[in-house]
Design a protein around this ligand. Structure first.
Ligand code: SD4
Length: 340
């Protein structure tokens, strides 16, 4: 009798094994791959791809991408970006690797490559976050390239234009009562006619299957002096969990901080949602806080999981992201949005 029972148990076990649905994770993994926010990610991805193509680490790839954009003139990243309302360009950045190592800098001036400074905080200090003068001092100690505090001609022009009214205050409720889009103060095009862009978030999965990310910005144009957004905050502007996936954000930082946006995206992926679904569910969290206010807020997330699946989602239309899976020009996708 006992023997018969054991036989049935054994047969059951065999059947169970053979009936187990095929694990999705054994399907082909798309790697290496790099994705970044906005159309401006096309060139950023190029810089990152050069590292990935040589079997480089994701962390080195994303840093290379961030450095590329920090070295160009644009409204929203690096020392040539638009200033705060007192005329200072203050920079925020963070970086995170595949082992929960992370580094951040915020409210830092004159540092040419804030993403590399964040990397140095991660690699060479026992800390995660340095701000302001302390971050600048650390940059000098680490022989980082510094610039003077003069505004670029384009940023000066934008600032002069803004000074005529000086109405923009990056406090969400005030913005809302003035019924202004928070992005209104950011020029859509540069003087030379080139398309302008916003905060740069870069995520990569390398040949070894490891994830890393970076986020870098000069923050919301004409913000209050001392204001820090989501971009340098681990969990808000960026989060990487090498077991699951990575996410980064662009848009009104205050809204991202209050829901720990990028961490939330990663947690949704942990619970089985695809990257696009995870971004959408996170956007929904922001929208649900105040659906009326959300109609004039832009926040977008992009995400990648361990299989190299990617996705993005935003509150308002026209949030784009760039995707590279080889050395050819990155493909730009427009994310689906909550409002149309
Ligand atoms: C911030 N999230 O400082 C940044 C701004 C941004 O595209 O993304 N601009 O709140």
């Amino acid at each position: 009798m006992m023997m018969k029972f054991l036989n049935i148990l054994f047969l059951g076990a065999i059947l169970l094994v053979s009936c187990k649905p095929q694990d999705a994770s054994v399907t082909k993994i798309q790697k290496p791959i790099v994705i970044s926010t906005w159309d401006s990610g096309v060139e950023v991805n190029d810089a990152a791809w050069k590292v990935l193509a040589q079997n480089g680490r994701a962390i080195d790839a994303v840093e290379a991408g961030a450095r590329y954009i920090e070295n160009t003139r644009n409204c929203c990243v690096g020392t040539q970006g638009n200033p705060d309302r007192d005329g200072h360009v203050t920079l925020d950045a963070c970086i995170m690797d595949d082992r929960y190592n992370c580094g951040s800098v915020a409210f830092v001036e004159s540092v040419k490559y804030p993403s590399s400074l964040a990397r140095l905080v991660m690699d060479s200090t026992p800390h995660v976050f340095l701000v302001g003068e302390g971050a600048k001092l650390f940059a000098r100690q680490m022989h980082q390239e510094m610039t003077n505090t003069e505004l670029s001609p384009e940023a000066q022009k934008e600032y002069n234009k803004w000074l005529e009214k000086s109405t923009y205050k990056p406090v969400p409720n005030i913005e809302n009562s003035e019924s202004k889009s928070s992005m209104e103060s950011v020029p859509g095009k540069l003087q030379n006619g080139e398309f302008n862009h916003d905060t740069m978030g870069v995520l990569a999965l390398d040949d070894e299957g490891n994830l890393s990310g970076v986020c870098t910005t000069s923050g919301m144009a004409f913000k209050m002096h001392g204001r820090v957004g989501d971009s340098p905050i681990i969990g808000a502007g960026l989060y990487v969990d090498n077991e699951v996936g990575a996410a980064t954000s662009s848009g009104v930082g205050e809204e991202v901080i209050r829901i720990s946006g990028s961490h939330t995206v990663v947690e949704y992926m942990r619970h089985g949602f695809t990257p696009e679904e995870a971004c959408k569910k996170t956007v929904e969290r922001i929208v649900n806080i105040n659906p009326e206010k959300a109609k004039s807020l832009q926040v977008g997330f992009i995400a990648i999981n361990k299989k190299g699946e990617i996705g993005g989602f935003s509150i308002l239309p026209k949030f784009t992201y760039s995707v590279s899976i080889d050395s050819t020009k990155a493909q730009v996708y427009t994310a689906k949005s909550w409002f149309n």
